[in-house]
Design a protein around this ligand. Structure first.
Ligand code: FES
Length: 491
């Protein structure tokens, strides 16, 4: 059984964000060895995780119940073959560990006999007696090993239910649940792997297995060469992980790596979320999904030729179901059509993605999001992506509405705050009119209350004048320019 865990696995086991562990590593509370943490160190830093009635175990039970219920409902339990392979791998590992333990015990027994002989021979008696005494005490199971047992049991359970995958050369990690393909699981974890059709017919998601074992879950039209097969190449959209894996795969490292796409999608729903706001839900074809980074925008074109650019308001982890927040404005033909005549199943052409308002994924600084009015749309995408990545130490959302009732997804933001310990939501309304001055007056005291801005990454999105006012204020308050990203929205 491994005594060192990756940060992702450790965070999952204890029930905290990876960012929280990174913070403990930076403060010196938790040691790392080649990027891994030891079970005993985790036990020391999170002692409650070892108790039978601890919150950790309760969380584990909740995870199990939720996971079982969801998977049974959706028929997504890992297949019998995958479960059997995982159990076999774990049982092999356990046999090896037990053999090693037996070997150590024999050595210690031999050492004890030897020390007795030395002790009885009279030379150097006191030292030998002391050593013998020490050895007697340490042959009994120590309190540390007993304490760590529940944690290790939880670890075993997690390893049966999910497999851990590490990507080279980035070092990014994710877990594969149920029968999810490697590609689905990676997208859900917020990773931007290179792919195309998601259906085994383009070959863009080829990756190389460096260690571990995969199993094919769907047919693919792509025929791999003998050389590729020998090198461990497989398609991530057609395979799942049987055991923990290390793979070599291409990833997008920024907006410049995202290809421009042209996709014919369909309207799934158009729902009112405020008097002057509609939630437009588009669905792409199963084999032609939109690859984008959280925070990016696309052009939408309706059958009548109405065209407009909108930020995607949903997370790239669901690349087939895309959401947009459309506000009704005088003279906006696109919005008029969405409000009055757009129907379910109507075609919408999507072109994009565009824009560089994306998360700095290399940073683990606390994240502050400032949305003004419908600037909430790209901010929502960023927040959902940051939640999937679990890398930031904490998330804070300040949503400024230029008119009462402007927080059109207030319940969602409050639900995030209720569900996550490290998420704070601050709704503000500009009562004195939507001007840069009123924005500065309302935002300024909120900024004063929280963590020093110099320690944070800040993302601002909203109408140009108000976004610019927020930007000016943040820079005056000492936020380094490199830690500020601003999206001035025209829609
Ligand atoms: S994404 Fe096209 S084959 Fe996997």
């Amino acid at each position: 059984m491994p005594q060192h865990l990756t940060l992702s696995r450790a965070a999952r086991l204890i029930g905290v964000r990876r960012g929280a562990l990174q913070s403990k590593i930076r403060s010196g509370e938790l040691a790392t060895f080649e990027g891994m943490v030891s079970v005993s160190d985790l036990q020391r830093v999170y002692p409650r995780a070892s108790l039978e009635d601890s919150a950790g175990l309760e969380r584990m039970e909740q995870i199990k119940e939720a996971a079982f219920a969801r998977r049974l409902r959706e028929h997504l339990l890992p297949s019998a073959e995958v479960l059997a392979a995982r159990l076999t791998a774990m049982s092999d590992e356990r046999v090896q560990v037990e053999a090693r333990l037996e070997h150590y015990r024999e050595i210690v027994e031999a050492l004890r006999r030897k020390l007795r002989e030395i002790g009885e021979s009279g030379s150097p008696r006191a030292a030998a007696a002391g050593l013998l005494d020490w050895l007697e005490r340490h042959l009994e199971p120590g309190p540390r090993s007993t304490q760590a047992r529940p944690l290790r049991m939880q670890q075993d359970l997690l390893r049966i239910m999910t497999a851990h995958v590490q990507i080279k050369p980035s070092g990014h990690e994710f877990f594969v649940d149920g029968n999810d393909s490697l590609l689905e699981a990676a997208l859900r974890a917020g990773l931007a792997l290179d792919y195309g059709c998601s259906a085994g017919s383009c070959g863009k998601c080829k990756a190389k297995v460096l260690s571990g074992q995969v199993q094919k879950t769907r047919h693919s039209d792509i025929v791999l060469s003998a050389a590729e097969k020998n090198a461990g190449v497989m398609l991530m959209c057609c395979n799942t992980a049987v055991v923990d894996l290390v793979i070599e795969a291409r990833e997008a490292h920024g907006a410049a790596d995202m290809p421009l796409q042209d996709i014919e999608a369909r309207v799934k729903t158009v729902s009112p979320i405020a008097e002057d706001m509609r939630l437009l839900h588009l669905q792409t074809p199963r084999s032609n999904r939109l690859r984008f980074l959280a925070g990016q925008s696309v052009s939408l074109e309706l059958a009548g030729g109405e065209r407009a650019s909108y930020p995607v308001a949903s997370c790239p982890c669901d690349d087939r179901n895309l959401q947009f927040h459309v506000r009704r404005r005088a003279g906006d033909a696109f919005a008029e059509r969405v409000f009055d005549r757009l129907a379910v199943a109507d075609g919408v052409r999507i072109e994009g993605p565009r824009g560089t308002f994306v998360l700095d994924e290399e940073s683990s600084r606390p994240l502050v999001f400032i949305a003004v009015d419908a600037g909430f749309a790209p901010i929502k995408s960023l927040i959902e992506h940051a939640m999937a990545l679990e890398a930031a130490e904490s998330l804070r959302l300040v949503w400024i509405a230029s008119a009462p009732g402007g927080h059109y997804l207030d319940n969602l933001c409050r639900a995030w705050g209720d569900a996550l310990d490290d998420f704070a939501y601050v709704p503000l309304t500009l009562e004195g009119g939507a001007s840069p001055e009123t924005l500065e007056r309302r935002l300024s005291p909120t900024l004063m209350k929280h963590a020093p801005l110099q320690d944070c990454d800040v993302y601002v999105a909203g109408p140009p004048a108000l976004a610019q006012a927020a930007e000016r204020l943040l820079l005056e308050r000492g936020l380094p320019q490199a830690q500020l990203s601003v999206n001035r929205l025209e829609t």
